[in-house]
Design a protein around this ligand. Sequence first.
Ligand code: ZN
Length: 252
Amino acid sequence: MQLDGYDIDVIVQGYPGKSVCHGGLGWSTIVLLRGHGRVALVDVGGFNIRVSLAERLKHRGLKPSDVTDLLLTHAHHDHCLNWPLFSHARIVLGKQEMEWAATVPWGIGPVPELYVEKLQGWKTLHAAADGEEVMPGITAHIAPGHTPGHLLYRLKGSRHDVIFTGDAAKNRAEMLSGRADGTYDQAVSQASIASIWTLWRERPGNVLIPGHDIPMVLKDGRPEYLAKREAAIKAWFGDDLDQMTTIELTVR
Ligand SMILES: [Zn+2]
């Protein structure tokens, strides 16, 4: 997608699911933004995607050292953990999110304690304020509920906007129901989802990119996906390493 000098490339699709027996899946969205002299990533994923992320950048002719900015939505491991791959880059995280994440007791929930502790004192950290323009044409907005200082990012284009919601609205079901799964306060999350609806409806063609789903646009008031979902796992159920069963995780 091209918009106002930016190339917007979803290099990792978010997935709107949970595992049944093995805790959170953490398959989150990573978007590459190129333009205005910058190479930015909106969120950077967790360990599961680390190798693939470098490969996908390489496929686009980029090295991690080419990335100039990270726009992190929040301090959960599946969104922020890979910041050390880009430790030279300017790392944007909400000021309130940084302060909150640093106080979460060790061993509680999805905040990666040691990564957050190191990030708090990191020289390229930029703790952003609500409403701040963090890159040309891109503003950060506080959207709490999933975490207290969660940010969404809004690219205000001449034709339409692109809204990166992170986990303030993780998927289509949260947008349509107006309710959130995985929130410290359901009412706070619902208010954030309502404010995302306001941004989304503001102009026809506005694109929503959630933290655990694929990009969507409104058609006659209903979300319509802009990409084909791709998700599957392979398992060794047989007697040989070459023999694998592929399990598709999409609905046809
Ligand atoms: Zn999260």
